[in-house]
Design a protein around this ligand. Structure first.
Ligand SMILES: [Zn+2]
Length: 432
């Protein structure tokens, strides 16, 4: 009897957790067509969208569905940030701090970052690296298991970087030996890169991140300089492909951008000094540019409060104007772009502040929204689960006031966020 009662109770709990929901959207942005549907209905069954039609049609079809009244609001697909670092943070961060943060401390400190990102409407992220190898894998798995709250994560496990390169810590004395998990992806030469990528893949990552050129936020690394050779990048791409994975290439230097595209990378991260050849290759090969635009201003405006090494700020100031000119040219030429913010350079949860910058750099509001939805899903290889509001995909929704196709800044203040059919933020009561 007890067993039977327990089974019935569990059944009841399961049913109560996932009733059919019917969202009544005042306006629904169809990111695929660019059209706005008025008084639309979105039927959610469990964690997936099961139908999209006029609200009246769906209300007649499913009269017992639990209704979510969003008349007066605009509903969009959950956003995707293709470049975050949920295991890092902005204010007070210094590279040597990684030495006193254990992997478990790093993981625990990432929990609020994951929640802030989700509540900002970013229901999916491609997390572009962690110094302590595979903390991101553990974070992704804990989120998927429902242990903690956060966005769906695509993770890369560790930075593949040359010795002393942009993915290294480089802040300790030359006689200080770093633990292996802080240098997991360090490799020199194509064979060593192959071995590192094989080991990284074996640990359950979703993509591979290579540091092709120097970096801004690494001691002694020069962003305009080539670091990995073309052969090393190609070795990483081949090994990733053998595992069915794509490669994201951090590349500021024009030569590294060309090397990475020709070696088969799926995305160029940053792309700060991209030249005409790089722009043409992005378009010809349909490689996405994932470039962080908001964090330049954030860094300069908060330089005194960040507590970062002076070298980081000096490089940022020195290259600001040059990067802006190169990137505006790439945007104007129609290079394929995705939304990637380098979250952790600025505080997690402010991801949507980059929308206004995407527009300032030349996109229309609709194109900016596409960069964070349908394009980003394409880059991740996740178009079958996220990026649009369509039957069969996860019910990931962002709800805002006003018209984001006129003013993208309204995307900075979501009124409601739904992930997998579950309401994770609801500010409707305080938004009027
Ligand atoms: Zn980054």
């Amino acid at each position: 009897m007890w067993l039977l009662a327990a089974a019935l109770l569990l059944d009841g709990v399961a049913l109560a957790a996932a009733p059919v929901k019917l969202v009544q959207a005042g306006r629904l942005v169809d990111v695929r067509s660019g059209k706005v549907l008025e008084d639309a209905g979105i039927l959610i069954d469990g964690d997936r969208v099961s139908a999209v039609a006029s609200f009246d049609t769906l209300a007649r079809r499913e009269p017992s569905a639990e209704s979510i009244d969003l008349r007066g609001y605009t509903v969009l697909p959950g956003f995707i940030d293709t470049h975050t670092h949920l295991t890092n943070f902005a204010f007070g961060w210094r590279p040597e701090l990684e030495l006193v943060r254990s992997a478990s401390k790093t993981a625990l400190e990432s929990i609020p970052n994951a929640r802030a990102t989700l509540q900002a409407g970013f229901t999916t992220v491609r997390d572009c690296g962690t110094y302590r190898a595979f903390v991101d894998v553990a974070l992704r798995d804990a989120i998927n298991a429902g242990t903690i709250e956060g966005p769906r994560m695509s993770v890369c496990g560790a930075y593949v970087t040359i010795s002393g390169g942009g993915g290294e810590i480089n802040a300790t004395g030359p006689d200080i030996a770093l633990p292996e998990d802080l240098r997991y992806g360090v490799a020199d030469g194509p064979d060593a890169v192959r071995k590192r990528v094989r080991l990284i893949v074996r640990n359950g990552v979703d993509f591979v991140k290579v540091i092709a050129s120097g970096a801004f936020l690494t001691i002694g690394s020069e962003p305009s300089a080539r670091e990995m050779s073309r052969e090393e990048i190609r070795a990483a791409v081949e090994e990733a492909r053998n595992a069915g994975l794509r490669v994201a290439a951090h590349a500021h230097a024009a030569s590294s951008i060309v090397d990475a595209i020709e070696a088969g990378a799926a995305s160029i991260e940053h792309g700060s000094f991209i030249d005409d050849t790089g722009i043409r290759l992005l378009k010809d090969r349909h490689v996405y540019l994932s470039t962080d635009l908001y964090d330049w201003d954030f860094t300069i405006e908060n330089a005194d409060k960040l507590g970062w090494p002076a070298e980081y700020l000096e490089k940022t100031r020195r290259y600001y104007a040059r990067a802006e000119a190169c990137l505006k040219k790439a945007f104007a030429a129609g290079a394929p772009v995705v939304y990637g913010t380098d979250a952790a350079v600025y505080p997690h949860g402010d991801n949507a502040r980059q929308f206004a910058y995407m527009v300032r750099y030349g996109l229309t509001p609709l194109e900016a929204i596409r960069s964070a939805t349908i394009n980003a899903a394409d880059l991740l290889g996740w178009s079958d689960r996220v990026g649009t509001i369509e039957p069969g995909l996860f019910a990931d929704l962002v709800v805002v006031s006003g018209d984001p196709l006129v003013d993208v800044k309204t995307l900075e203040h979501p009124v409601m966020v739904i992930k997998g059919g579950r309401v994770v933020l609801d500010r409707r009561a305080v938004s009027h």
